[in-house]
Design a protein. Structure first.
Length: 390
């Protein structure tokens, strides 16, 4: 069986990183990555003989072909581009046709590739980082194993202002801790509400959210934001649904549909009247409404307080002897060696991460109790830990 099409280069590097730790056999890794044993052996052999460059995708095109652009035409393309630096490939090609036969003038695409080869084109903006789907399963067996949080979606109240309802619930008992209408869905507005819920109910082991602000960021290592870093400092592990898969938090989504029907149609006249509607819904949902998934019991009858109390002070974290602490600078990087800086995340600026060596040149990257990724000395890059299963 061949490699899956998605992120082939990333999968190959992840395969090697895991193999180099010495904690997994080739048979296990080949099975988990969906490749044959000979394919795994070939990959390891290429890596050991050629290094990380062996994992890059290789072109299967011939090195030369009959229609390759001549050196004279290529030089003319470079000369025209230097003379007219703001002209695109089609304009440059049009000028070439004045001096050369059409049969020797390459297509606009080839002209653009030649200009790029000589460093005569501006690099495009880096594409938005894509999060690969992992199809996580969030099915806790006890209360407080997983809480879920989300914004229901803004709506306009009768006074013309917009309301952003934040909801937080226990994924096992369905118990609703809070519904609060906010002016803006920001970290600054959210933290006081989470603090109140934690003080009154204790701490969960994990907090399940989607990938939107302020919960997650697709451009950050392990989707970290300032809010999710705060969760980690409290001993809570942030976990996420796959992008575009709200059904992975289906219990929360169903509650939102009921909330919308019962407390936003029609909307309140102001934040004050709207919040009264939210409070009535929360009381009815927790104390009155029987849930089929709970054996027709109410969430209040099933839920129990968490034994993990909210700390009054977040204490500094001491990494064990196997993990070397590294300070994250204001721009989100750590210093490596004398001249290199390795990008981690601006969400961790001013904090310390821990690096645990797993093999020669391979390190596991931690923030407190949470593994963030794998660092390779050879590539000077941190690779994602994409497993977020409960």
């Amino acid at each position: 069986m061949g490699w899956k099409v998605e992120s082939m280069e990333s999968k190959k590097k992840q395969f090697i990183l895991l193999y180099e730790t010495g904690k997994f056999s080739k048979v296990e890794l080949c099975r988990d990555f969906g490749i044959s044993r000979p394919t795994g052996d070939a990959l390891i052999k290429r890596y050991r003989s050629e290094g990380w460059d062996a994992l890059d995708e290789r072109s299967k095109d011939p090195r030369r072909h009959p229609n390759q652009t001549t050196e004279a035409v290529e030089a003319a393309i470079v000369k025209l581009r230097v003379k007219y630096p703001n002209w695109g490939a089609r304009k440059v090609r049009t000028l070439l046709l004045r001096d050369y036969d059409q049969g020797v003038v390459p297509s606009a695409t080839t002209v653009n590739n030649i200009m790029r080869k000589h460093g005569l084109t501006a690099p495009r903006r880096k594409a938005r980082r894509r999060i690969e789907n992992q199809f996580p399963i969030f099915d806790p067996e006890e209360p407080n194993e997983v809480w879920s949080a989300d914004f229901k979606g803004k709506f306009q109240m009768l006074d013309g202002t917009y309301c952003h309802p934040l909801t937080v619930a226990d994924s096992r008992s369905r118990y609703l801790f809070l519904i609060k209408g906010l002016e803006r869905p920001t970290t600054e507005y959210c933290i006081p509400l989470f603090e109140k819920a934690f003080r009154e109910n204790g701490l969960p082991l994990q907090m399940h959210t989607d990938n939107g602000a302020p919960f997650g960021s697709s451009l950050s290592l392990r989707r970290m934001t300032r809010l999710s870093v705060w969760f980690m400092e409290l001993g809570i592990t942030p976990v996420y649904s796959d992008p575009g898969h709200p059904e992975q938090n289906g219990r929360h989504e169903r509650m939102h549909r009921e909330l919308k029907a019962a407390a936003t149609r029609p909307p309140g006249k102001s934040f004050r009247s709207q919040q009264k509607m939210f409070d009535r819904f929360l009381e009815e949902y927790n104390q009155v409404r029987p849930h089929e998934a709970l054996g027709m019991r109410t969430p209040a009858a099933v839920h129990t307080l968490s034994p993990r109390e909210y700390p009054q002070v977040i204490r500094s974290w001491d990494y064990d002897a196997a993990k070397k602490p590294r300070y994250v600078t204001h721009n989100g990087a750590i210093r490596w060696g004398h001249n290199d800086f390795i990008m981690i995340s601006t969400a961790l600026s001013g904090k310390y991460i821990g690096l645990e060596q797993l093999a020669d040149g391979v390190w596991a990257v931690y923030y407190r109790h949470v593994q963030l990724g794998w660092f390779s000395e050879r590539t000077k890059r941190v690779y994602e830990v994409t497993e977020f299963r409960v």
